[in-house]
Each structure stands twice: as C-alpha cells, then as structure tokens.
Write a protein that binds this ligand. Structure first.
Ligand SMILES: *[C@@H]1O[C@H](CO)[C@@H](O)[C@H](O)[C@H]1NC(C)=O
Ligand SMILES: *[C@@H]1O[C@H](CO)[C@@H](O)[C@H](O)[C@H]1NC(C)=O
Ligand SMILES: *[C@@H]1O[C@H](CO)[C@@H](O)[C@H](O)[C@H]1NC(C)=O
Ligand SMILES: CC(=O)N[C@H]1CO[C@H](CO)[C@@H](O)[C@@H]1O
Ligand SMILES: CC(=O)N[C@H]1CO[C@H](CO)[C@@H](O)[C@@H]1O
Length: 817
C-alpha cells in the first residue's frame, strides 16, 4: 500500500530530474569519470574503518554471556560455537560500528525452540538483550524476534532477519533465548505473522516436553547494505586520503569518512522514525518496534543523517557532509539524490522542507529557516567539488532562486533575518531576529554570486545590497563586553527590555557562522541600540570586532571535552563545533581549528561508550557523558552521524590546503597550514573532473632556520597555484621559511624516494646552496588542561525534544538541584 503512495510522491520528482540524470551520466563519461577511480595506497590505509567485504562481516568474538551459556571452539579450532540454554544470552562484539542484516548459522535446536530475541547496540554501554534506541517513544527499542524453524535436525541451517530489519549502526549484537513463554517484550508483528493459534499450539507442544530449550549457533555474520554505490569493498571506495604525524587526527579523518559511508544507504531502507512514517504509511507497528523500509529518495543510494537514525535526508548534514564526502569517497550520486529530494519537495511558496520524506510530503509542511539555507549551501558544496554546473543550470537553479527569495524576503527593517520557524538542529531559542540565520544568509548570498558567475548569469544587484544590510544588522547583535554576538535582539540579547532579565546568549553556531560568512564587520551604519538599553547612547562600536578576537573568545570558552554551545545548554555538539572548526580555519586560525579537533573529536574517538573511534557521534553531554541532551534516553544517541564529520573536510581543505576555485577542479590551489600540531602531513583528493592532487608537507631545518616544504603532485591537465607559486609540469616543491613567503625549489632539488612510513626523513631538499632536512627536534605541543563542563540539571528536561518517560532521571544520572 505504502509503495504506491510513495510512487505518487516521487512521480513529480522523477519527471523533474530524469533529464538531468541522463545528461549527467553522459557528461561524466565524457570526462572519464565512468571508469573506476584509483585509490591511494600507503601506510594510511590502516586507519580505514570500512570493511573489506561488506557482504559478510564477522564479529571479533563473544564479548559477554549471561545465564546458562557454553562457548567452545569449533571444528576448525577458530570459530566460536555457542550453546545458549533457556534464559541465557550471548553478545558478540564486532570491533567496529557496522550496519546491515544479521544472519546466524544454527547447528542445533533442542526442546522445540522456535525463535530467539535479538538485541543491537552501537555502544557497549547498552549491549545486551535490550537494544539501544532508534525511535523516541521509550528509552530502548524492543528486541527483535527471529524465527528459527529448523527443518532437518542434522545439518546447519542459516537464518537471516527479514529485509526490513536492516539495523543502521551497531557494534554489539545479542542473541537471547527467552525462558518460559515470555514473549511480551518482542516486536509486535511476530504476533500477526505467526498467529495466536500457532502460538497456543506451540505452548501446548512445549509444555509436553521435559527437555530444556537449547540453541547452538556456530556462526554469526552481517550483510552490510550501506554505501550501495561504492562496491562491496568499502576500503577500495576511497578517492582521497589523509596521513599526518598525529595519530589522533588520522583517526578523526577516517572516522568522519566511514561515518559518511555508513550513513549512505539504499533509499528504500530509510526512515527509522516509524512513528513519523505513520503519518504517510499508516503503519500500526507497536511502540518501541523498529524497522527500516521507508523510501526516502529516488535513485540507488542517498546520503542520510545517521546510520541508526533517523535514516532520512537532513539538510543540516548537507553543508558538512557534502565536502567531507567529496574529499574522501567522491560519492556524487548519493549527494545528488539527497539534494534532489529536498528540491523536489519544495513548497509552493519557495520554502524547502526541514527534511526529506517522511517530512516535507504531508500537510505538516515541516520547515526551518536555517535548514532551508543549508540546502542552498549544500548545492554550492556539491557543484564546486563535483563540477556539475549543468545539473545546477536546469531545474535546480530556478528552485534555488525561488528558495533564496524566501530568505531575502524575511530580512526586515532591523536588517536581520526574522525567523518564525522554531526548528533548527534541535537547539532551543530559535525564532526572532536570529544571528545564525542572518550569518547563514550572508554566506549563502556570497556563494550564490559565485554560482551565478559559473553559470554565466548576471548577479542581481539586490544580493549585494542585502549582504551589506545584513552586515549592519549583525553589528546590532554585537556585545562589546564579551567580544561576541548575541543570539537575537530580544530576550537573548545584551540589551534586554526593561521587563526582561539580562541573560545574553552568545551562541556557538551564530558566532561561528559570522566567521564563516566572512562578513565585513566594520559596521556600515551606526550600531543599533535599543532605547531600553542599559547603554543608552547610540554610539558607534568602539572597535569593529576582529575575526581573531571572535575566534579567540570562542576558544576561551572550551571545556575539557570540547566547545560548549550556550544556545543549547549542557551540550557539546560536533555539528555546531564543525561550524566553529570551519570558522577558525576560514579566519586563518588553523592552530585553533586543529586544537578543537584534538580536544572534542579526541573525546568522540576515545571517550567511554563511544564506539572506539570507528564512527562519530551526533553529540554528547557537557561533562563528557554519552547522553545527547536533546533526548532523555542515553541509548538514543546516534554514534554514526554525518554532521560530525567536519574535520575530514577542514583537514583536507585548510591543513593540506587543497581548495577548488573552479567547479570540479578545473582550477585549484594549495594553500596549506600544517598548524603547530603537526610535524608532517600528506594527503590527496580526486576532483569531480577525475584529476588528482597530492600534497606532502614536512618541517625542515637548515642550521638555525626552520621552515616547511610543500611538495605537490598533480595528475591531469588543469594547473593550480601552490603556496603562491605557479605549478609547472606535474610537480612543484616550495620551501616556506619561517615567517617568509614560499619559494620555488628546482624540481630536482628534492632528493629521496619519500615513500613508506618515514618518507619525510628520506627527503633532502637542496635550496640556496644548502641542504634542508626533516626537523627531528620538532615535538607536538602539549595541550592546555581545561576543566570539565558541569551539567545544569535545572534546564535538562525543558530542552528534551522527545517524549519523556518515567525513570528517565535514573537513566541519565540526574542529580537533584
Ligand atoms: C493512510 O491513511 C490516509 C488517511 O486515511 C490515507 O489518505 C492514505 O492514503 C493512507 N496511506 C496509505 C499508504 O495507505
Ligand atoms: C547481501 O545483501 C545484498 C543486498 O540486499 C544482496 O544482494 C546479497 O545477496 C546479500 N548477500 C549475502 C551473502 O547475503
Ligand atoms: C515495512 O516493514 C514493516 C514491518 O515488517 C511492515 O509492516 C510494512 O508493511 C513494511 N512496509 C513496506 C513498504 O514494505
Ligand atoms: C577496532 C576498534 O577500535 N574497536 C573498538 C570498538 O569499540 C569498542 C568499545 O565500544 C572498543 O573496545 C574497541 O576497541
Ligand atoms: C505465554 C504468553 O505470555 N503469551 C503471550 C504472547 O504475547 C501475546 C501478545 O502480547 C499475549 O496475548 C500472550 O498472552
């Protein structure tokens, strides 16, 4: 029933985009992208977390057992054969966050066992017979029933879960043989499937038998269905790489890339919010049940927010996810399918939906002014990296302009974007004359001008005018006493009305976006002062806030596990921190950007309960706990969430410094900044046009002078600039002495093979009649100690975005205040 309905929804889309796709395939083949792109091999491959054969992922081994369970070596001496007696359970550990459909090989059944219960968890904290959470109605999902109706008693038999029970991400898998006739906790459709009558019969049968129930499982494996476009070898899918002297940064880059692979799914396997799907598909699945078979876009593969949930197309993720995919796996199809479903469901007034189906296709017309703008930023990210200007020129550009008109239309007399939608990245306090939305629109306008230029179209004068007005508006939000901007001109400003308390909120998201937008912060008019203001006289700002000052003020707020976001109390958000990392990098503060990665993403990699660094989580609590304060259930946090992958992009574009200046890599430049945290770094990308660039940088010294050598190799016909020096031929070597500009080194001037683990030690650079060798005295700086963040329990409950159930306080360790 649902399929037909969905086809209706998708029909418009199909007609809209079919021509683009045809064109696109032809264009891509013309420029040679049809052929498989080569990977980069080298010692960095050990950091890749994707499985080599995703069709059959086997666990490391048994992690925990409880009850009457026996684990013994199989005939081959390696396999673990597990016998579970009634009431017992076994948890296997995969050692990675993975996704897919589970199969078990059953060697024997005793006592009329008809099925087992399955439990899944991303974190070891929730591993056991009760799964972690995908939906928002209760703390944990219901276990899944797997019928094992063994036919022949002798041979082994394979039982796999049904198609729709693809579980997004999990690292732990549990099989439980429930005791007695306790079936109340299983997923409900088992009832309809097997029928009550059958159950009764079963009950009578088993009652007659005195034998204890037992199941023997000789093997477990998972058929992973993520990244359907990238082949079955997830490691061979990489079209870019990153390797540096920091093991942690390497882990972070690859965790981001793998997170995005896991969250890229078959569009027919989407929609983990089954309660939300119900609005469209009328499903009657019981509370706590889970499955994933909602169609969320057209095509064969699509980028979603997270592997476990929501398995939907979310624009907020597009801004970060698209460039991070571009520099790691170049999965253009999956990006395009995501963007197209959002544009395809554009509302009649030009607004773009808050998310892809099931959102945006019903009367609810979900909307967020900020996410609306993220879609437009996603278009820029896709076009610049992929080179798909022709895709943009068609239907998309018309829709893009229509959407942009909406945002321009809500810039009012305050010269700020006036937000009426409450929805954003689950942070509270949206609506009003909002900082983040204003800075976002500024960033969108400057990118729109670039896009129009690539299309060969005139830039409407109003775009520049609005940008200038927004700069005036931004000045109105500036709080000189903090050196940061406030969230709005109302209750969250530094100039509250007489009946309002003075409680300015200086948001991480908005201030980061001020940096990203590169708005001219010299106010173009007199700053606005509320007549009710404590500082009455409308004087010009004492000092136009400098980028470095904003960057530094943000850094001063960091706590032990990362950057707080005061706009969303108790939270550390790798999404908002992704903006912050980018904001620092764009402002030239690469040291600060990398420091935040080491601090916050260091916790995402090494923190307790996260999944050992294979993927990156949606968010966490300010004291470092795995709870994401948008939800009362700690088990609901998504540990593989694409919006956390910002560092993958920033490391490639600002540390390696590979920037695309003309779509698809037609022109590019390398302008890297190794930062004080690295002694050497190397990496590469494959542009949309199929050409590749590889960068190597290492610290050198000669007598008392130190510097960094940048060696860049380019494959293909396009040429770029490297540290201000033009590339001639396929390779250039540039020496940047401490505090000086880059100087070209004769191409034969760099001697040595420069491959393998110690490549930087191997290379000797001849310049100015001297030998420059790797600076062996360089040491990674020690990061300063910071205090752990303290939870403000008094506001915890009011910011939950999901249902609150009894017992939540114990669940998250609530302390009475
Ligand atoms: C779900 O129910 C609504 C309202 O009764 C109906 O209009 C719609 O067609 C149904 N959808 C499906 C997929 O059956
Ligand atoms: C794994 O899943 C894919 C996609 O559903 C299917 O085509 C393939 O046959 C499965 N492989 C195994 C070994 O089950
Ligand atoms: C999705 O799976 C559920 C649970 O098995 C089932 O009830 C529903 O009909 C399925 N929907 C589709 C579209 O296959
Ligand atoms: C390979 C790997 O890093 N595996 C990790 C998976 O996650 C658990 C904790 O959840 C770690 O113990 C493993 O080391
Ligand atoms: C023996 C037993 O507990 N049977 C229950 C199985 O589940 C159905 C539906 O929840 C109940 O009606 C049975 O009583």
């Amino acid at each position: 029933m649902y399929v037909f309905n969905m086809m209706g929804v998708m029909k418009g889309l199909t007609t809209l985009f079919v021509c683009f796709c045809l064109c696109l395939c032809l264009c891509l083949c013309d420029i040679g992208v049809c052929e498989a792109t080569k990977g980069w091999s080298g010692p960095w491959e050990k950091y890749i977390r994707a499985p080599e054969d995703k069709r059959r992922i086997v666990p490391w081994g048994v992690w925990k057992t409880e009850g009457d369970v026996e684990v013994r070596k199989g005939k081959d001496g390696k396999k673990e054969v597990v016998t579970i007696n009634e009431g017992g359970w076994v948890t296997w550990e995969f050692g990675e966050n993975i996704s897919g459909r589970v199969c078990i090989v059953v060697e024997g059944l005793v006592g009329g066992v008809r099925g087992v219960e399955l439990g899944y968890s991303e974190s070891y904290l929730f591993a056991g017979p009760t799964p972690d959470a995908t939906t928002d109605r209760q703390a944990r999902d219901l276990p899944l029933w797997l019928g094992v109706d063994h036919q022949g008693q002798e041979k082994e038999e394979v039982f796999c879960v049904r198609k729709e029970f693809v579980r997004g991400a999990f690292g732990y898998f549990t099989v439980h043989l429930p005791s007695g006739h306790d079936n109340k906790s299983q997923q409900g459709w088992f009832r309809s499937l097997w029928g009550f009558g059958q159950k009764l019969l079963l009950l009578l049968l088993t009652r007659g038998q005195k034998t204890k129930k037992t199941i023997t499982i000789s093997e477990v494996w998972v058929n992973c269905t993520s990244f359907p476009n990238q082949g079955s070898n997830g490691r061979a899918a990489y079209t870019g790489y990153f390797h540096s002297s920091s093991r942690l940064l390497n882990q972070i880059w690859y965790a981001g890339a793998y997170t995005l692979q896991l969250g890229t799914i078959d569009p027919r396997e989407g929609g983990a919010l089954i309660d939300y799907n119900r609005i469209v598909d009328n499903n009657t699945s019981p509370v706590g049940s889970w499955y994933s078979n909602f169609t969320i876009s057209r095509g064969k593969s699509v980028v979603t927010d997270g592997a476990k949930r929501d398995r939907m197309v979310w624009p907020g993720d597009m801004f970060i996810a698209i460039p991070s995919i571009a520099v790691s796996t170049s999965d253009w199809d999956s990006i395009r399918n995501a963007l197209e479903v959002l544009f395809g469901n554009q509302y009649a007034d030009g607004r773009l939906p808050y998310a892809g189906p099931p959102m945006g296709v019903t009367e609810r017309k979900e909307f967020s002014d900020t996410y609306h703008l993220h879609v437009l930023l996603g278009v820029y990210g896709y076009v610049v990296w992929s080179g798909e200007v022709e895709w943009l020129r068609g239907e998309i550009w018309g829709r893009y302009l229509f959407a942009l008109r909406h945002s321009i239309g809500i810039v009012d007399g305050m010269d700020l974007v006036h937000v009426t939608s409450t929805a954003d990245w689950l942070r509270p306090g949206m609506t009003g004359h909002n900082l983040e939305a204003t800075a976002l629109l500024h960033a969108v306008l400057s990118r729109s001008e670039v896009l129009a230029g690539w299309l060969g179209y005139d830039v409407p004068a109003i775009w520049g005018e609005v940008r200038e007005r927004l700069e005036t508006g931004l000045a109105r939000l500036y709080c000189p006493e903090y050196g940061l901007f406030s969230d709005n001109i109302g209750a969250r400003s530094c100039y509250p009305g007489p009946d309002q308390e003075y409680r300015p909120v200086l948001p991480q998201d908005g201030n980061s976006w001020v940096l990203i937008s590169q708005a001219d912060l010299t106010p173009s008019g007199l700053p606005f002062r509320s007549p009710k203001s404590r500082f009455r006289s409308p004087v010009p700002l004492p000092h136009p806030p400098a980028k470095e000052k904003i960057s530094n003020a943000l850094r001063q707020r960091w706590v032990k596990h990362g950057a707080p976001c005061p706009e969303f109390p108790n939270t550390i958000s790798p999404f908002a921190s992704g903006f912050e990392v980018l904001g620092h990098a764009i402002s030239g503060e690469v040291d600060t950007a990398v420091e935040l990665m080491l601090l916050e993403w260091g916790h995402l990699i090494n923190g307790d309960g996260f999944n050992g660094g294979s993927t990156l989580a949606e968010g966490f609590r300010i004291d470092g706990d795995i709870q994401y304060p948008a939800y009362p259930s700690r088990a609901r946090n998504s540990l593989a969430h694409g919006w956390a992958s910002g560092p993958t992009w920033v490391l490639t574009e600002w540390v390696l410094g590979i920037k695309v200046t003309e779509p698809g890599g037609r022109k590019w430049e390398v302008k890297g900044d190794m930062s004080k945290w690295l002694g050497w770094v190397r990496g590469g990308v494959t542009f949309g046009n199929g050409e590749r660039v590889e960068v190597k940088a290492w610290r050198v010294k000669c007598k008392e002078t130190t510097g960094v050598v940048w060696e860049v190799k380019a494959e293909g016909v396009t040429k770029g600039m490297v540290m201000g020096v033009g590339l001639e031929g396929e390779r250039v070597v540039v020496l940047v002495k401490e505090g000086e500009k880059g100087e070209r080194v004769a191409s034969e001037g760099a001697r040595g093979k420069g491959e393998g683990e110690g490549w930087y030690r191997d290379l000797v650079v001849d310049y100015g009649g001297e030998e420059w060798v790797f600076d062996d005295e360089w040491r990674e700086p020690v990061m300063e100690e910071r205090e752990a963040g303290v939870v403000d329990w008094s506001v915890m409950e009011e910011n939950f975005m999901t249902e609150v159930w009894e017992g939540w306080k114990d669940h998250i360790g609530f302390t009475e205040v």
